[in-house]
Design a protein around this ligand. Structure first.
Ligand SMILES: C[S@@+](CC[C@H](N)C(=O)[O-])C[C@H]1O[C@@H](n2cnc3c(N)ncnc32)[C@H](O)[C@@H]1O
Length: 251
């Protein structure tokens, strides 16, 4: 039987690495987890660090790796429709909106795509493990457009409360986990490990309420096509085949 961690805060993780640099120590302090413990099998997640390659593995050898220069999670999207992509329309690209705050970076798939479309993005992620994977991926990517990406490890709600009026952005983007059967483009093993890592985003409505108090031109929430609105008040929905982008503020 698979043992699933009770909550994000009770993650059981250890680092497995042959490196002994101070960087590994820093990561171990950040994750509050041991390095190369005597019984790694007692830990639910193993964070493997091999040079610049970081990946997380669970007890069933499912692997999650974030590498923006590979295409395993669709980081090199080909043949996109530029400003005619639904996400670009929802965020107001053709109206001049360029600076976006992503409140749910996750695996960075949407954030990276937004930079590819020409947006300048800053993002917030609360999962410490994902943050470590993301930070490593951002710092090693060869993609020019990711150089200026600003990544924060925080709860989006706290970030929004603390930063209101202090950061210059045009639009806010939010893609919380949908509690039910959200169809996902992720390969299955990544989806399982990702869900175990982040749990459900039960504070999503509070985050959106706070986001709606910001002086921005757009607030956009990604939802499964047939899901209910996260909060009432959607002005326009940009609908794709599987997901839609609910726009709350159109300035
Ligand atoms: C559905 S995933 C987002 C996937 C992302 N859009 C992508 O393209 O990879 C939701 C992510 O947002 C993060 N998240 C959700 N609510 C958050 C919050 N209130 N504060 C910080 N991070 C949050 C979760 O930890 C999870 O990693």
């Amino acid at each position: 039987m698979r043992m699933v961690p009770f909550s994000v805060n009770e993650l059981s993780v250890c680092i497995l690495s042959t490196d002994t640099t101070s960087k590994i120590q820093e990561i171990s302090e950040f994750l509050k987890c041991p390095i190369n413990p005597p019984r790694p099998e007692d830990y639910f997640f193993h964070m493997h660090i091999e040079g610049t390659r970081f990946y997380v593995r669970d007890g069933e050898k499912r692997t999650l790796e974030i590498d923006f220069d590979k295409n395993h999670l669709d980081y090199q999207r080909k043949g996109h429709r530029g400003k005619n992509e639904l996400i670009a329309k929802a965020l107001g690209y053709s109206k001049g909106c360029r600076k976006v705050l992503d409140l749910s970076v996750g695996l960075g798939i949407d954030s990276v795509f937004l930079t590819q479309l020409g947006f300048q993005v800053m993002g917030v992620e609360r999962s410490p493990l994902l943050f470590v994977l993301l930070q490593n991926a951002f710092s090693h990517s060869v993609k020019e457009e990711l150089r200026s990406y600003q990544l924060f490890h925080d709860e989006s709600l706290s970030f929004l409360k603390a930063q209101n009026g202090k950061v210059d952005i045009d639009a806010i983007y939010f893609d919380p986990m949908y509690p039910h059967k959200k169809k996902s483009a992720l390969p299955k093993q990544e989806m399982v490990i990702f869900r175990d890592l982040v749990g459900s985003d039960d504070d999503a409505a509070d985050v959106l309420r706070e986001a709606l108090s910001w002086p921005v031109r757009r607030v956009v929430v990604k939802r499964p096509l047939n899901a209910e609105e996260l909060l009432p008040g959607v002005i326009h929905s940009f609908e794709g085949k599987v997901v839609r982008y609910d726009t709350y503020v159109v300035g």
